[in-house]
Design a protein around this ligand. Sequence first.
Ligand code: AGP
Length: 605
Amino acid sequence: MCGIIGYAGTADNAFSVLLDSLEFLEYRGYDSVGMAIGNREGLAVYKDKGRVNELRKKIENAGIKGNYGIGHTRWATHGGVNKANAHPHQAGKVTLVHNGIIENYQELIERYDLRKKLRSETDTEVVAHVLDHYYDGDALKAIGKMVKELKGTFSFAIIFADQPNAIYAIRTVSPIVMTKTADCSILASDLMSLSSFSNDYYVLPELSILKMTSSEIRVYDLSLNEIELQAKHIDWQVEALGKAGYPFYMEKEMMEEPKAVEDTIKERIRNGLPDFESDALSDEVFEKLHSIMIVACGTARHAGLVAKQLFERVAGIHTEVEYASEFIYNEPNLHQDTLLIAISQSGETIDTLEAIRYAKKQNIRTLAIINVKGSTMSQLVDYPLFTNAGPEIAVASTKAYTSQLSLLYLLVGRAAYVRGTRTKEEVESFISNLQRAPGLMNQVLECKDQIHQIAKEAIDDKSLFMIGRGLDYLSLMEGSLKLKEISYIHSESYASGELKHGPISLIEEGTPVVAAITQDHLVSKSLSNLKEVKARGARVYAFVKESLIGNLDKDIRIIELPNADSDFMVFPTALALQLYAYYVSMEKGYDVDKPRNLAKVVTVE
Ligand code: AGP
């Protein structure tokens, strides 16, 4: 969470560069914003609670000039949302911004006798004091000493008052990437802020110190030896970052979903079979497998739940799915031939990174499905596999989810082929069904107005249930997460058969119930469960595969989904439920892309 930025240039444009870049970073946290801007006369700090555009409006006519600076957009952890707790924080000659959490900050307050000096409630201000304590004009040495005192996760961008036009940075876990042009250097928490400057970038290694001026970028290890970094390349265009005329990124990203899936799978299918040669993933990985352990959070975990069903049923591999946040604390005992599969859009979710580190310590092989290239996770695992969804900016994950599913389906297909649980022809048929997924999703997009209409009926609801069986239940888990995160309606998903074991007591006259019915072999059982809730007065909306509609009672509100093999209905169902959540949120007048209390990248445990 939190986004940080640093800029050193030859022109007096730091103010606009920092504000524009902070807007790109805002999806990481948006309760407060701040920056420090330097010029020949010194350094000034501007910060407040609220969004970037609010700060922009307050200060844009103040004629602020400067050629270097640092900026921050905050997702509060230590201390409330107010101006004093907004970054940058200052102590003596030090001004800094921080992404992460310093776990031993209380201890540091005592050790450095800071209680009376602190002006905020943040862990970050404590670090500014510790750094100032060590600073005697040698920034590299002081940062090295400071960092040995810290426990936790961090990325810092730092300015020293007596070193104009120089930005320093250091990180562990929380990412920093940087780039250089002819007249400036820039660092940021992610690539989106860099892409308007250059398509080449560097990743700051953990516990390395960056010194950046307008003319050069230098990196040192903690023994102060200089390190040579390899440039990497951004392979999407900066235009991918705009809203392309849509009111919200979420809508744009849903419209891009068929293409995101297609782009993820097309290079990985050869002669009708899944092929991971370009990912350097050999068949031996599937042959040796004893079992699969999937770790992920939120939406990514829901993709993992779908994959578990298919790995077990199609490829015959015992598969478990764990919340990444629970995984290491449960101290699982993993078989040596387990493959750990992590799933993450950002590649920065700390819980998932910690789960991978746990597995690596046990010499377990690790594979990750990631959307963001250059992310920490992509450098940590043995086999990084990238979805080609392009930048996903809305906090609610949409195209990343279905792209993750598509890549997982390819893995299932390859594993089934290699292990011989399916014939070559059966795997070819599985893959041609997968290739139809983008078309199915386009059909859903064509019916979005119908979904918009039924979404309007939910805007006054306080609580809603989603029920289904098999893969439908898993799609609804994701639909329910989507609805609660952006519409603030309490929504629960249940396996329909489980209702009568407790939750049905909550159904009363008018209770909204959203169902999905797309699984041929489960249709009669799902219908019985619908009748049970209807009999108790529920207002039922059903997302139903076209070929199954004839089975439904006439008085149920039906949203038609296209026909496909049951195993592939997760693609159109997921998109239909995303559209539903989107329209409910939009009709309620919310900022769909930036739901309250949330951030796109979750870098705190
Ligand atoms: C999705 O809509 C959520 N915003 C959230 O559950 C997200 O999927 C989760 O935080 C995991 O993020 P990751 O994929 O970047 O690891």
